[in-house]
Ligand binder design. Sequence first.
Ligand code: NAD
Ligand code: MG
Length: 422
Amino acid sequence: MSILDKSSLADNPLGYNNSMNNAVIPQKICILGSTGSIGISTLEVIDLHPDKFKIESLTAYSSVDKMFKQCQQYKPSYVVMVDAESAEKLTKQLLAADLTMTVFSGEQALIEAAQAKDVDTVMAAIVGFAGLMPTLAAVKAGKKVLLANKEALVTSGQIFIDALKTSNAQLLPIDSEHNAIFQCLPSFEQQRPGMCQLASSGINKILLTGSGGPFRTFAFADLDNVTPDQACAHPNWDMGRKISVDSATMMNKGLEFIEAKWLFNLHVDDIQVVLHPQSTIHSMVQYIDGSVIAQLGNPDMRTPIAHALAFPERIESGVEPLDFFNSKAFEFEAVDFNKYPNLKLAIDACKLGQGACTALNAANEIAVAAFLNEKIKFTDIAKINETSMNKFVSEEVITIDDVINLDKRVRSFTSTLIGNFI
Ligand code: NAD
Ligand code: MG
């Protein structure tokens, strides 16, 4: 039996976002990537509101032990472990513990989980390109989609937004910067992600803040020898390893730049990156009358997760409020692009078009994995990304198959390139 068969056994006639208007009916949630940093933070918020949310399905790649514990606690209707061996192992553990939920495996099962009828809300928290197809499936199925997986929007851009336009999905940003921008917009603009007309709402700049990562105060020459653990030790945020390295290179801010362009229908000149080492201001929106509206809070992803889960209502997240009397001064700096060549590459890619963005993302995933496996130096990441992006920059990307094909070819090219670096 597939997930779709299983899901259709019980229909959901009330639609995808009924539950926040009716406290009796909990929102049924699918978490794509439940064993990761965002997945776990989502479950922590849900723990505070057992009347409002019900876990329908959980998915992960291969973390059997974490998933087993989540199954014991949340008793989802079904689970996906993409890796077949891990799915088998989990099935055995669940049987031994008298737990009856079905375990599916494979990439198709992720897509089916994301579009299952019994699901109202999908938390898209898989890391990397692997999140694209299930996230897109959730959009096409008209779900309330909480978008953490920025790589989905970066790699498919207009295709993703077109799918949003033609479905009745509701897209809410989880990335703290985009969630902050969203919160600073007039409600009229919040109703139309991907189709905003911010100039007509008196907005003339989006100020995307970034901490600068763990190496902000390092001399560029010293970055050659930094280790994966140093790169993953972010000063303010506790995140998965891939996004942590991206934060250290500021590729993360570059991916967010591209994500912001699509989410808020912006031109590249409308977005400015501002270094703000304290990560207290999560981003800002500048209006033509001189007003700048910012969203502030402790750097904890449970805040944007709670915001999106409950939107347009507000619920508690478990995050402590800011303590203004004992906080450090807020600092702001301009970005030194010589120190953060990956950020420059991503902004260039955003100007160059979809081929460049899809290629840069694929190259970066391969290069970051090679750095984490200690095959290349931290400073090699940008060199590899640049070579790969330049090679594929003029590729035409119109359909989702174009995206998938290009991603595959860039991965292969980049892997060979890294082989030559070693
Ligand atoms: P993570 O590495 O902690 O977790 C990733 C999750 O995805 C895990 O559950 C893992 O099992 C699953 N996964 C990994 N590879 C997979 C594959 N090939 N197929 C299916 N599932 C797979 O990552 P994270 O830090 O939680 O980040 C998740 C996403 O959210 C990323 O796109 C990241 O950019 C974005 N995001 C994260 C944060 C944060 O604070 N962690 C903040 C903003 C945005
Ligand atoms: Mg972010």
